[in-house]
Design a protein around this ligand. Structure first.
Ligand code: UDP
Ligand code: MG
Length: 330
C-alpha cells in the first residue's frame, strides 16, 4: 500500500566524513550508483568534519563536477554528532537519510528505507542484526550501554540502532528546534516520537581505514546519552548519600555505647580514618555527578553556535542559515 505521492519528491543523503580518504573512492562510486537507482532526484551532502587528510580535496572536486554531490567543510573537528546535524541542517529533501561514510551502513538499505517511508512512516531506523569487524570489547560495551540506557532513560531509545536512519522533512523541522549542545542524536529522535519503524541489516566491517571512534570518544557519547536522557545519576546521588549517612549514624551510635559500656575498646584510629576517607570519597563522587549536570547548564547558557562552516559548495546561494549554524563562508 503506497500512501505518499512520489511526484516532485527529492531525497537527501547526509554523510559525515572525518579522515576517510582510504574509503572515499569506493564510497563515491557506491553513492553514485545509489543515486541513479533512486526513483527521484537526490542530493548527497558530505560534511567534512575537519579532516586532516585529503578527504576535503576529493569531496570538493566531486561537488564541483557533479551537482548532485554537495560539500560542507566545518572549520575544525566538531565530532560525529555535530557533523550530522550540520548536514541535516543543509538538507533540502523530503526524506533525509543519515549514513556513515565508511560503508558500514550499506547504501542498498536506503532503498528499503525509502520503501517504508512511502508507506507513511516518518522515521525509519536501521537496526544492526550483526556487527562485523568490530572488536569484542566494542560490541560488549555497546550492548551494556544500550541496556543501561534503556533502563535509565525516560524515553524509549531503540537498541542496536545507531545514526543510520531516514527521517521525513516534518521530523527534520522538529529536530531543528532542538538546540542542545551536547547532542545524542539517536536519543533526540526517540524523544521526538512520530511514526517510527525499523528495517534490519547486517553491519559489515568498515570498507577501509580505521575507526574514528576510539574508546574515549565512545565513552563521551555514552555519558552524553545517559546525562541527556536520564536524571538517574542525580537520584542515585541522593540515595547513595542518604544510605551512607544513615549507616554512619548507626555506626556512631554503636561506637558511643561500645565506648561507654566496654573497656576493651581502643578508641579507634582505623575506624576514624576509614569513615572519614569513605565519606570524602563519596562526597567527591556526588559532587562530580552534580558537576556533570552543572557543566551542561554552563555549556547551554553560553549559546554558542553548534558548529562553524568554513566552506560550502553546491548549495543555492539563498539557503538561509539555521539556528544551529554560524555561517562564515571563506
Ligand atoms: N566521524 C566524524 N567525526 C568524528 C568521528 C567520526 O564525522 O569526529 C564520521 C566518520 O568519518 C564516519 C562516521 O562518523 O563516517 C562513523 O565513524 P566510525 O566509522 O569511525 O565509527 P564506528 O563505526 O567505528 O563506530
Ligand atoms: Mg564505522
Amino acid at each position: 500500500m503506497i500512501l505518499r505521492p512520489t511526484e516532485g519528491v527529492r531525497y537527501s543523503l547526509v554523510l559525515p566524513v572525518f579522515n576517510e580518504e582510504a574509503v572515499l573512492p569506493l564510497l563515491l562510486h557506491r553513492i553514485e550508483k545509489l543515486l541513479s537507482s533512486l526513483d527521484a532526484p537526490a542530493e548527497a551532502i558530505f560534511v567534512d568534519d575537519g579532516s586532516r587528510d585529503t578527504s576535503s580535496i576529493v569531496l570538493e572536486a566531486k561537488a564541483k563536477q557533479d551537482p548532485r554531490f554537495k560539500f560542507i567543510r566545518l572549520s575544525r573537528n566538531f565530532g560525529h554528532q555535530i557533523a550530522i546535524t550540520a548536514g541535516m541542517d543543509a538538507a533540502s529533501g523530503d526524506a533525509i537519510v543519515v549514513m556513515d561514510a565508511d560503508l558500514q551502513d550499506p547504501p542498498e538499505v536506503v532503498l528499503e528505507m525509502i520503501g517504508r517511508w512511502k508507506e507513511g512512516y516518518e522515521i525509519v531506523q536501521a537496526r544492526r542484526l550483526t556487527r562485523d569487524g568490530e572488536s569484542a570489547f566494542k560490541k560488549k560495551t555497546a550492548s551494556i550501554f544500550y541496556r543501561l540506557l534503556g533502563k535509565l532513560s525516560s524515553v524509549d531509545i531503540p537498541r542496536d540502532v545507531g545514526d543510520f536512519r531516514l527521517i521525513d522533512r516534518k521530523v527534520l523541522e522538529a529536530f531543528r528546534e532542538m538546540p542542545e549542545r551536547d547532542r545524542f542524536v539517536r536519543g533526540m529522535f526517540a524523544w521526538l516520537g512520530f511514526k517510527q519503524c525499523e528495517v534490519t541489516f547486517h553491519r559489515p566491517a568498515r570498507a577501509a581505514g580505521e575507526t574514528k571512534y576510539p574508546f574515549f570518544k565512545m565513552l563521551r557519547l555514552a555519558v552524553n546519552g545517559v546525562v541527556s536522557f536520564s536524571d538517574a545519576p542525580l537520584k542515585l546521588a541522593i540515595w547513595a548519600g542518604a544510605t551512607v549517612s544513615a549507616l554512619a549514624v548507626v555506626y556512631g551510635v554503636y561506637s558511643f555505647f561500645a565506648g561507654l559500656f566496654s573497656d576493651s575498646v581502643v578508641r579507634g584510629w582505623t575506624s576514624t580514618v576509614v569513615i572519614v576517607s569513605f565519606l570524602c570519597g563519596l562526597n567527591m563522587l556526588l559532587t562530580g555527578m552534580v558537576g556533570l549536570y552543572v557543566g551542561r547548564i554552563y555549556a547551554e547558557v553560553k549559546r554558542r553556535p553548534l558548529y562553524v562552516v568554513a566552506k560550502k559548495i553546491g548549495f543555492a546561494a539563498s539557503a538561509k542559515a539555521t539556528d544551529h549554524e554560524q555561517t562564515r563562508v571563506a
